[in-house]
Design a protein around this ligand. Structure first.
Ligand code: FAD
Length: 421
C-alpha cells in the first residue's frame, strides 16, 4: 500500500490518553496524526478526578464538584476527605481537545492501526486506510495494547456495576459523595471473598449514582453478582432505579506493565499508567502528555531511538517506577483479600493523615515517603493483616525490593530493528 501520511508523531487510540497526548504534541509544533476506528465516538464511561490533580488548562471541562467526599468503615465510623472530587464533562473535554488539536494542525485518520515495523529513522505503520510513516509511534489503545505485541495480558481487574437511583418517597438524596463505604450490602456477604464496597455520587437534589465496586481482584468479578448486591442495597435504602438513566458496567485492567523494551511508546492504560491503588488514569495521562510532548520536541534532532528513550524518561522517572512497584506490591495483596480482610486493611489505611491519603491516591509522594506511609499502615493494621503483608513480602521479595531500591530495566529491543517495508 502507498504511504498516505508522513508525520513526526502518530498516536493510535482516541480515548482520553491518546487525545491528550496528540493535542499536546500538535500544540508543541510536532506534525501529529491520531488514528482510531471511530475517532470522534463519545466516551461513555462516567469519568471523575480529584480537582487538585486536574490541569488548569482544561479546568472548564470539569462538571459537578463534590466537597469533602466521605469514607465509611465497616463498623459505621466515617471520615471526610479534605479534598474536592469532580466529574469530568466528557463531551466538553473531547470538544476542547479536538479544537486544540485541529487548530494546531493535527490530522485525524479514521482507521485501525494494524502492525508496525521499525528502522533507524522511524516506524512504518500499516492501517486499514493505508500505510503511515512516522518518527515516533505512540500506543494509546487502552487495554488492547494493539501495537505493544510483547505486552503481558493483565491479570488483575477492578470491577463495578452502577445505576442512577432516586428515593421512592421523593425526598432529596444525601448531598455528600461517598468515595468508599465498606459496610456490606447484606450481612450474608460479611464472610465471603468478594470484597465489594459502595461508591455514590449525588447528581442533583433527587438523583444519585450508586455503584458496587471490587477495587482489585484476580479475574474480573461477575457483573451479575455485583448487580444482585447493588439491587439489595437499593431496595434496603429506599431507592428505586431510574429506568431512563444509563447504568454502568466497568472492568479496568489494573496491572498492565510499563513498556520498557519497545520502540513504541505506551501511553494511558496501554502504557501501564493506571494507578494501582485506585484504577484512575485520566488526570495522570493529562499531566504526562505535556512532559511527553516537551521531550519529543526537545529530541527533534536526535535519532528515533533516543527520542523514544527520552520520552520514556519524561513519562516515567526512576522514582515513579519505584512507586509503581510499591503500589503494585500493595495491589497484589489487596487482590487476594476477602471481605473482612479488606475491611481491616482499609481501617488501617484510613488512619493515615489527610495529606498522606491524598498524596497516596494521587501519586504525589516520592517512593521514600510512600514506603514510610506503607510502614505506618503496617503498624496500624490488625495482626492478621500484618501476617499477610509479611508473608507476601517473604514470598515476593524481588517485587518489594524493586520498589525500595533503584530500578533500571533494560530496553531489550532498542537495537533490533526490522527494515521498514
Ligand atoms: C466504566 C469506567 C469508568 C472509569 N472511571 C474512571 C474515572 O472516574 N477516572 C479515571 O481516571 N479513570 C476511570 N476509568 C479508567 C480509565 O481511565 C478510562 O477507561 C480511560 O478511558 C482510559 O483512557 P485510555 O485513552 O488510556 O484508553 P481507552 O479509553 O480505552 O481508549 C482506547 C482507544 O484506542 C482505540 N483503539 C483500540 N484499538 C485500536 C487500534 N488497533 N487502532 C487504533 N485505535 C485503537 C479505541 O477505539 C479507543 O479510542 C474508568 C474506566 C471505565 C471502564
Amino acid at each position: 500500500m502507498p504511504i498516505v501520511h508522513k508525520m513526526q508523531v502518530v498516536i493510535a487510540g482516541c480515548g482520553p490518553s491518546g487525545l491528550f497526548a496528540a493535542t499536546a504534541c500538535a500544540k508543541a509544533g510536532l506534525s501529529t496524526l491520531i488514528i482510531a476506528p471511530t475517532p470522534r465516538k463519545r466516551w461513555e464511561q462516567r469519568l471523575c478526578t480529584w480537582e487538585d490533580e486536574w490541569p488548569d488548562s482544561y479546568r472548564q471541562c470539569l462538571g459537578r464538584r463534590w466537597l469533602r467526599p466521605r469514607i465509611v468503615l465497616a463498623d459505621g465510623t466515617s471520615r471526610r476527605l479534605d479534598r474536592t472530587y469532580a466529574q469530568i464533562d466528557n463531551d466538553r473535554l473531547q470538544d476542547a481537545l479536538w479544537a486544540n488539536f485541529q487548530d494546531s494542525g493535527g490530522i485525524v485518520l479514521d482507521a485501525q492501526a494494524q502492525e508496525c515495523c521499525h528502522d533507524e529513522l522511524g516506524t512504518s505503520l500499516a492501517t486499514t486506510a493505508g500505510n503511515v510513516r512516522t518518527k515516533i509511534l505512540i500506543d494509546a489503545t487502552g487495554s488492547a495494547q494493539a501495537l505493544l505485541p510483547d505486552s503481558r495480558p493483565a491479570t488483575q481487574f477492578q470491577t463495578a456495576v452502577g445505576a442512577v437511583v432516586s428515593r421512592t418517597d421523593g425526598s432529596p438524596v444525601d448531598p455528600v459523595a461517598t468515595f468508599m463505604d465498606f459496610r456490606p450490602a447484606d450481612s450474608a456477604y460479611e464472610d465471603d471473598d468478594l470484597p465489594s464496597f459502595l461508591y455514590t455520587l449525588p447528581l442533583d437534589t433527587h438523583r444519585l449514582f450508586i455503584e458496587e465496586t471490587v477495587l482489585t481482584s484476580y479475574d474480573p468479578k461477575p457483573h451479575e453478582t455485583l448487580s444482585q448486591r447493588l439491587k439489595k442495597r437499593i431496595a434496603a435504602s429506599g431507592f428505586r432505579v431510574l429506568p431512563n438513566e444509563p447504568g454502568e458496567h466497568c472492568v479496568i485492567a489494573m496491572d498492565a506493565d510499563i513498556p520498557t523494551d519497545s520502540r513504541v511508546i505506551g501511553f494511558g492504560v496501554a502504557g501501564g499508567m493506571v494507578h494501582p491503588a485506585s484504577g484512575f488514569s485520566v488526570a495522570r495521562s493529562a499531566a504526562a502528555s505535556e512532559r511527553l510532548a516537551k521531550a519529543l520536541c526537545d529530541a527533534q534532532d536526535l535519532s528515533a531511538d533516543t527520542a523514544v528513550a527520552r520520552a520514556g524518561l519524561a513519562i516515567w522517572d526512576e522514582d515513579q517506577k519505584r512507586r509503581w512497584a510499591l503500589f503494585g506490591f500493595g495491589r497484589d495483596i489487596l487482590s487476594k483479600l476477602d471481605t473482612r480482610q479488606t475491611q481491616r486493611f482499609f481501617e488501617a489505611f484510613f488512619q493515615l493523615d489527610d495529606d498522606d491519603i491524598a498524596d497516596w491516591l494521587s501519586d504525589r509522594m516520592n517512593s521514600r515517603r510512600l514506603a514510610g506511609c506503607m510502614l505506618s499502615v503496617f503498624r496500624r493494621a490488625s495482626n492478621d493483616i500484618r501476617t499477610i503483608l509479611v508473608l507476601s513480602a517473604l514470598r515476593q521479595p524481588a517485587v518489594l525490593m524493586r520498589g525500595l531500591m533503584s530500578y533500571s530495566p533494560v530496553r531489550k529491543n532498542s537495537t533490533q530493528h526490522r527494515e521498514a517495508a
